[in-house]
Design a protein around this ligand. Structure first.
Ligand code: PAF
Length: 307
């Protein structure tokens, strides 16, 4: 099996690092400095308290790559349209693109370009941080689950490949509850850590912040119920706060985006709750306000007062 990892940010690089010894992979990413560093010195990964470097082919230009069986889509939401074009160019006719991205709506963008029978959804709880060009950290070895559609055999092959590379993985026929479970955790943590500029743990340890998590999560749970999703979470607020506690030292991906002045995934996370709420007649005023605040944060970045 040949795999292209489209999006070699923190998540794509960590997955690529683990898969490189067991399968033919190539990293594709538009960030030239990162790609050059990987090609020149290898990809450096900090995991389990030690640093290792592995040689992995990386490119900014997929034009000359050989066709692949699988494209793992690990770009941020703002780059999904670009990733769909790259996948369309690289995938063999029977190949499948699996999105491992946060939020809702990415599979639909990929399907519009590739066709629904060539797109699969996966959910990952791997924690990854980009430390610099060519340098990443595995922050948590949570499981990755591949949806059984559109190809059960490819889903199993991918899960086995990840496991051979040392990453826990499985296959599920009911991915919706996992997709929404992760979405709800991201709804509760990401925007608030970006607005408050705190590591995840602050949301669990400061009661005033935990109350904001509760308001965001309860709206999202009401939308999930209206959408007929059977959530795997039994106490979504407590479980979101538990993830914040377990990842206490992490800067959420949205806080990292805000700090580097990059576009955030607010539209596919809290924005998805607002859109689905509107469609289903469920009010989501708190998530709408979080979206407005994060969009204002993005837009006012050049004017930020730092002292
Ligand atoms: O997006 C993220 O940062 C992560 O999904 C999570 C679980 C919130 C941990 O930082």
């Amino acid at each position: 099996m040949k795999i292209a990892i489209i999006g070699a940010g923190a998540l794509g690089s960590v997955i690529g690092f683990h898969l490189a010894p067991v399968v033919a992979i190539t990293l594709v990413d538009p960030w030239a400095e990162h790609v050059s560093a990987i090609n020149a010195y290898g990809l450096r990964c900090a995991c389990n308290g030690e640093e290792q470097t592995r040689s992995i082919p990386a490119t900014t230009d997929p034009a000359h790559l050989e066709p692949v069986d699988v494209a793992l889509i690990t770009v941020k939401a703002a780059q999904t349209t670009w990733a769909a074009e790259v996948a369309a160019r690289l995938l063999k006719p029977g190949g499948v693109a699996y999105t491992l991205q946060n939020g809702l709506g990415n599979a639909e963008i990929l399907s519009a370009r590739l066709g629904p029978y060539r797109v699969g959804q996966a959910v990952t709880t791997l924690g990854a941080t980009l430390l610099g060009p060519g340098w990443v950290k595995l922050a948590g070895r949570g499981p990755t689950t591949f949806g059984a559609a559109p190809s059960l055999s490819i889903a199993y092959a991918l899960a086995n490949t990840l496991r051979s590379g040392g990453l826990p993985a499985g296959v599920s026929t009911n991915l919706d509850s996992l997709v929404w479970g992760k979405l709800i955790v991201n709804v509760g943590i990401n925007a608030l850590t970006a607005i408050l500029r705190v590591p995840n743990g602050a949301l669990a340890s400061i009661p005033a912040a935990a109350e904001l998590v509760r308001r965001a999560v309860e709206e999202a749970v009401a939308v999930a119920h209206a959408a007929g999703i059977a959530l795997a979470l039994t106490d979504p607020v407590a479980e979101t706060l538990a993830v914040a506690q377990m990842t206490a030292a992490n800067r959420s991906s949205m806080l990292q985006d805000i700090l580097r002045g990059a576009p955030t995934e607010i539209d596919t996370i809290n924005g998805a709750i607002v859109r689905e709420g509107r469609r289903l007649g469920v009010p989501t005023p708190f998530n709408a306000m979080l979206c407005d605040l994060v969009k204002a944060l993005e837009a006012t970045a050049p004017l930020r007062v730092t002292e």
